[in-house]
Design a protein around this ligand. Structure first.
Ligand SMILES: Nc1ncnc2c1ncn2[C@@H]1O[C@H](COP(=O)(O)OP(=O)(O)OP(=O)(O)O)[C@@H](O)[C@H]1O
Ligand SMILES: [Mg+2]
Length: 285
């Protein structure tokens, strides 16, 4: 037992030092007095691969990343380089704010991150999956399971009441809701007394909270929010943002949020600034 543990440690260490399976095999052989056999070597390589995959998974906390992401709209004279080679990473559980002037490429970036639109080149990796290798239909399903969107204009369904709106993504996905979890979201967001209301009987802040509850309901790994407080007064904005932050932490969700509001951006763990389709600063707050 002790020896095999030491062996495992060595294997991981060996990989980090770029050692080969052959060296690992020789080491393992040195632990036993027997002359190693060819089949041992196969086992060692297979074991090495498993251990490395496992270790890499534990080490890698990146949930979202882009690689040389570019988006060009139009052609010829009308060509707009909305994203011009964006590389960035978001760690699991992180709350990142994206700021930048109008037209700098923020919404384009968010759409690419969520797989709502395909890039001209480059890639986006969500939870280990390169999303644009997926076909449209697969991408839709992936998006519904992994990502919750919150838009400035809420996008609630007017003929459904608050509760039905919140459950909609879970039901679209054919899943049965985790009732305890849904109730917790509803309580956290202060919506318990409004469940039977139609969206147009709610204030802007309340509608935004419903949109957040809906985004959280399917337990997405990532929440993408495009100016979620754009239509709200500053007090309500702060309240909604605090709730988003609290629920994000409580349910271990990662949040990427576009905002024009500096005070709101300061509530994030990190602020990314975009100019002309490029990331220009990555500030820790
Ligand atoms: N569908 C489209 N067709 C053509 N050009 C587009 C399209 N969408 C965005 N653009 C252009 O791409 C650039 C980036 O737009 P984007 O919407 O990402 O900016 P933004 O940073 O979100 O701006 P805002 O703060 O005003 O929302 C702009 O020049 C815009 O005009
Ligand atoms: Mg925008």
């Amino acid at each position: 037992m002790q020896e095999s543990l030491r062996g495992a440690d060595f294997l991981i260490d060996a990989k980090e030092k770029q050692a080969t399976a052959k060296q690992a095999f020789v080491f393992l052989a040195s632990l036993t007095s027997k002359r190693p056999m060819k089949s041992d070597r196969k086992r060692v390589s297979a074991g090495l691969r498993v251990l490395i995959a496992d270790k890499e998974e534990k080490l890698s906390m990146t949930i979202l990343s882009t690689q040389e992401l570019k988006k060009i709209y139009g052609a010829g004279e009308n060509e707009v380089h909305a994203l011009d080679g964006v590389n960035f990473q978001v760690e699991k559980g992180e709350f990142v704010a994206v700021v930048g002037t109008s037209g700098s490429g923020k919404s384009t970036l968010l759409h690419m991150l969520g797989g709502l639109d395909r890039p001209t080149s480059g890639s986006v990796t969500v939870d280990g999956k390169e999303i644009f290798t997926l076909k449209d239909e697969e991408l839709t399903i992936f998006r519904r399971r992994k990502i919750g969107f919150v838009f400035q204009n809420y996008n609630l369904v007017p003929v459904l009441n608050v509760y039905e709106n919140i459950l909609l993504p879970v039901q679209l996905d054919g899943g049965s809701p985790d009732q305890t979890y849904i109730n917790e979201i509803i309580d956290t967001l202060g919506l318990a007394s409004k469940l039977a209301n139609l969206p147009n009987n709610l204030s802007g802040g309340q509608q935004q909270r419903v949109a957040i509850a809906r985004a959280l309901a399917s337990k997405p790994a990532i929440i993408l929010a495009d100016e979620p407080t754009g239509n709200l007064d500053s007090k309500t904005s702060q309240d909604v943002l605090s709730l988003l932050k609290v629920t994000g932490q409580k349910f271990s969700q990662t949040i990427v949020m576009i905002t024009h509001n500096e005070a709101i951006a300061q509530m994030a763990d990190r602020v990314i600034r975009i100019e002309d389709g490029r990331i220009v600063t990555k500030e820790a707050v």
